[in-house]
Write a protein that binds this ligand. Sequence first.
Ligand SMILES: Nc1nc2c(c(=O)[nH]1)N[C@H]1C(S)=C(S)[C@@H](COP(=O)(O)OP(=O)(O)OC[C@H]3O[C@@H](n4cnc5c(N)ncnc54)[C@H](O)[C@@H]3O)O[C@H]1N2
Ligand code: MOO
Ligand SMILES: [Mg+2]
Length: 428
Amino acid sequence: MLERRKPIWVKEAIDYVMQLKKHGDTEIVSIDDCDGRFLAEPLVADHDVPPFDRSPYDGFALRAIDTKKASGKTPLTFKVIDEIGAGQVSPFEVGCMEAIRIMTGAQIPQGADCVIMLELTQEEQRSEGTFIAIKRSLNKGDNISYQGEDTKKGNLLINKGVAINPGIKALLATFGYSNVKVSKRPVIGIIATGSELLNPDENLVPGKIRNSNGYMIESQILRAGAKFKRYGSISDNLDSLFETIMIALNECDILITTGGVSVGDFDYLPEIYRKLGANLLFNKIAMRPGSVTSCAEKDGKFLFGLSGNPSACYIGFELFVRPYIRYWLRSEQPFLRFIRGTLKKDFLKANPFSRFVRGKIVYENGMVFAEPVGLDKSGVVTSLAWADCLIILPGGTRGYKKGDQVELLILDDQLGCDKPWVEAKFSK
Ligand SMILES: Nc1nc2c(c(=O)[nH]1)N[C@H]1C(S)=C(S)[C@@H](COP(=O)(O)OP(=O)(O)OC[C@H]3O[C@@H](n4cnc5c(N)ncnc54)[C@H](O)[C@@H]3O)O[C@H]1N2
Ligand code: MOO
Ligand SMILES: [Mg+2]
């Protein structure tokens, strides 16, 4: 008899997944390998930056008080007692009517309290040494980058669970992290199911298509910050599929399958969950595409059964797998970020389920608009390549019109959000 499934809300499906969320282990990696990894500890300044008062210009360090009477008509002359470049520290103290030639980045010498740029001085060689003339007065602190002005020792700079980007890597180097403590990436097994599937290097033959979902999910896993293990594509055969799933479950932290989760004669995932004795959390969600997205748990490990339809598969991953991964990596903002925008085209197809329409963000006159891209069908693959957001059209009876305000889930985003998009009836 055909199994009847009861759809649950997107919010409920997210809750089911996040109820079992956990942090992964940590590991130490070299700074050379830290790009894109997620910090396992907050990054705190362990010294002032800059660590000493320094010159932001090539010029002369002197005492402001000695410059007070300088003007175009009455230039003042200072004796140059030393010269220092960045990395050097002068052993001399700047005294009355004295200056030290100083280059950008060098530590301000003792006695000096301001710097004048080279261009504003005139140098003169005399038998007693080098002198400069200046034609303007300076104030204490002029052209000095003070110790700690960038950040002070003890300041929290970056939270744990944040992906290391070029700026963060610069901070790691600044604070001497030649090794960085990061969250260990979960290993996620991917099994593409379907007797119709060919590898990318195989020629098309009647009735067959190439396995695109497997590769797409690999890429989504990497973007989310995890690692994948490829188990290839397996024909719709209960025994071989069960066997591969057993192996993968043993070898991986999380397992993703694509295809075979609906009610078709060769959709074996429901039977496999039963055979495994896994705890089925859901197998129908009130959303399109991705309504058949399923999730089961076995001995603390998730089996995400994503749809075979490419767009449904993609969205199932972003809504349910990604936050689980990001939390594993200690992100405090594991969910897709959402913003408001204006719909650029009518979308009149009403649906009782919430729709996640592949879209593109367009900025016009400082405003955010979203435009649906490609054919809005669950089996479509092309639109995924053009989409940078999912336009949410909450379930209801009416369609949506150009100019309507909608919410947009941002894809390809590192910032994330501390709460997920949920149906209006659940949002506070
Ligand atoms: N009678 C019903 N039929 C269907 C229902 C339903 O409720 N009742 N649900 C429909 C919905 S919604 C979806 S979504 C699909 C889900 O199908 P499955 O998850 O079981 O996936 P398959 O049947 O294996 O394949 C569906 C479709 O996707 C193509 N596919 C599969 N794997 C890949 C891959 N790795 N790369 C690219 N494309 C793939 C496959 O060839 C099929 O065209 O079920 C509806 N049917
Ligand atoms: O799971 Mo299906 O994608 O709703 O079309
Ligand atoms: Mg099917």
